[in-house]
Write a protein of this length. Sequence first.
Length: 512
Amino acid sequence: MSVLQSPARPGRVLAVLVLPALLTWIDSTVLGVALERLADPVQGLGASPGQLQWAIGIYALLFATALFAAGALGDRCGHRTMMMIGLVVFGGSSAWAAWAGDPVALILARAAMGLGGALIMPTSMAILGSTFAPERRAGAIAIWSSAAGVGVAAGPVLGGLLLSHFWWGSVFLINLPLVAIALLGAALVLPNPRSVQRRRLDPLGLGLSTLGLLGLSYGLIEGGHAGGWSRWQVWASIAAGLVLIAAFLYSEAREHDPSFDPRLFRNRHFAAGNLALGALFLTITGQAFYQTFYLQGARGFSPLHAGLLTLPGATGVVLGSPLGARLAARFGIARVSGTALAAFTLCLVLNLTFTTDTSLLWFAIVGATAGLAIGAAVAPTTAGVVATLPMDRIGAGSAVSNAIRQVGSVLGVAVIGTLVSSTYQHRIASSLVGLPDEARESAEATRHFAAASGRPQLVPLANDAFIHAMHTAALVAAGFTLVGAVVLMVAFRPRRKSEAPVPVSVGAPGRS
């Protein structure tokens, strides 16, 4: 790769690049504390459960499918140029989301934010790679990746503080000052590397993957709402989505230099690691979705208190990542990551102990343990996946792995969120006979109807039905991560006594 070097000091480049990473991670968690408010027809937008699922899922969906095009555009036009365009798109769509007048406008704004995020992340990694010498690159990536922990911890707390004093749209205004500072720093400090060997843009792959995931997600989300799974539109959408995704994989497999290379999955470590990570991110996103309504809806906590209750889990992730990497270097990925994923599965099962009067200390202990397990599973598994690839395929493999995580997040909102909604509607139906259909759409809708019609006796019924739905979703999520744990233990187990464990770097790569 030929790059245009910048006279800027590498430390300054790293400081500027941390800001966009922090921006995308804050945005990935800050919306969670606003979901309960968005569902309120008076203080929010009156969004249905399906619309809230789309508001979260569409961001990850566009992020996942546009990643490869973003990298190719950076090779052609310069990675700093594409990052700055991504920052402008992200900032503008954040303002659009803040003042969205209805759920559809919010969903469209979140889609634009996903496109902006896709332009930011791979270009950041390319600039890091061109700025730092190989012997310093791992340390720079580790510092850059640490923004994830800060963003995950800060997002819910900042969102809760804003919601305690302002309207729901204020959670998106956090992005604007960060975008402004990052744009100024990028213009003054960052180099603008580009590749002599330009990758193709692959519009066919971008279209097939985007439409396929949209069709699959639409069918899964809409199946749990407004008529259930019996409608032909639901099954047709799911079938069309699967066909388009299969066509995408087939077209990529036939390319000499594909954007998404399915042939990488012939490596058992690469395939198993990404399967486990996809399952983990599916359950993380799904759990975050239902825990928001558990804390603010069933428990009645304020957005700020709910945000503070996520800190034990975020702290656990920050501590678990370096711990897992060091343990895996000694004991191997099969034992460390497999055990960590099994421990996270146990934490999901312990969600069945959560009720409307569960001790907050117990909730924090389970959350901290889950976060520790997540960190201990993700860091060594990611490093192990990259370590199994040849040097000339590390970039392609990292991009594929990143896309798999984002797809897992999309499916987490679609599958787990829909399971919560459909289970709730089935559970509450017998208690709402003769009442409007809108009252049984979600626990928030039932509580609002109870307040508007003067029927407070419906509130505990709504809470009980939601707790049951949450427990059902937690068990299903535990099944996904249990499969992931078994796959890791089997695939990364040394085949012979003389076979050394897969090497793991302590400075494990982050999201990109």
